[in-house]
Write a protein that binds this ligand. Structure first.
Ligand SMILES: [Zn+2]
Length: 72
């Protein structure tokens, strides 16, 4: 199965990205080092969950992340 979701290094600090599920209905990728993160993508069932994971992984891998550091 082509099911493995590959995450690149953090586009901000080169740390490790992790899939983080929130409340069983949404997922984002977050950096374990600098807390940069993608937007949350919501899902309602297992199919959507997989698509949501792919979606946030894609955002992460192309560098569409939000840095939680505010300025400076
Ligand atoms: Zn980072």
């Amino acid at each position: 199965m082509e099911d493995t979701i590959e995450l690149e290094e953090c586009p901000i600090c080169r740390g490790a990205g992790m899939l983080m599920h929130e409340g069983g209905w949404s997922v984002q990728v977050e950096c374990v080092d600098c807390s940069a993160h993608t937007v949350y993508v919501e899902y309602e069932d297992d199919d959507e969950k997989r698509e949501a994971e792919r979606a946030v992984a894609h955002l992460w891998n192309i560098g569409k992340v939000i840095s939680s550091e505010r300025g400076e």
